[in-house]
Write a protein that binds this ligand. Sequence first.
Ligand code: PGA
Length: 248
Amino acid sequence: MKYFIGNWKMFGIEKSFKILKKINLHIKKDFYKKSYKVMFAVPYTLISNYSKKFKNSKILIGAQNCYFKDHFSSNTGQISAFMLKDAGCSFVIIGHSDNRAEGDNENILYEKVKNAINNNLNVIFCIGENKKQKEKKQTLKVLTNQIKRVFKKDFNEKKIIIAYEPIWSIGTGKIPKTNELSNTVKKLKKTLKINYGRKKNFKILYGGSVDGTNASKFSKLTDVDGFLIGGASKSDKKFIDIIKNYYR
Ligand code: PGA
């Protein structure tokens, strides 16, 4: 099963649902031929309405973040995993580099992942090295630490999808070389088995400047379980092109 997950970031108003409607039509046509899942992380303002609109569709609706405290609390402007579930979310992105840059440290991320799982939300957990770390060949060490410091052994890995997003590739048009990406993902999967047990099969997506043009390059990488797509997820045509070219 491959995953194509859109991350709208600060994009989208009510009428933007037309984009998802067109994508849904494409998936329906494709459905019996290929096996993939499409999910969209939309802004908080759209979750409730879109979850209802796409309830019986092929698209799952989720959020881009949640607060580190659960249920209700007196924190102005914040939204908990419990509230996301109630609004109709099926998943939440946690640990995106945008949010890490704004102060999400490993203790906070641990609380967020725990709360999301407790509320029966799937977690898309983002990790990624910066340019300097890549140049110093620290990629694998950085990624392993980002996971080890947050995931406890008893976390249900079936509720978690890891999204490997090199910070230097997000929104820049730069992507890793295919052999580099394949190596990183393979080694990371191996390390996770050593740390969390042989029977645990973590899924790992790639994210960062994925578009219709480069999607076909990723087709041969069987270890990569799918993609987290930012910029290109804001257009139905570009998003559908990614799926089409990936399977070409
Ligand atoms: P991008 O964003 O596809 O625009 O590079 C990916 C992300 O930040 O999730």
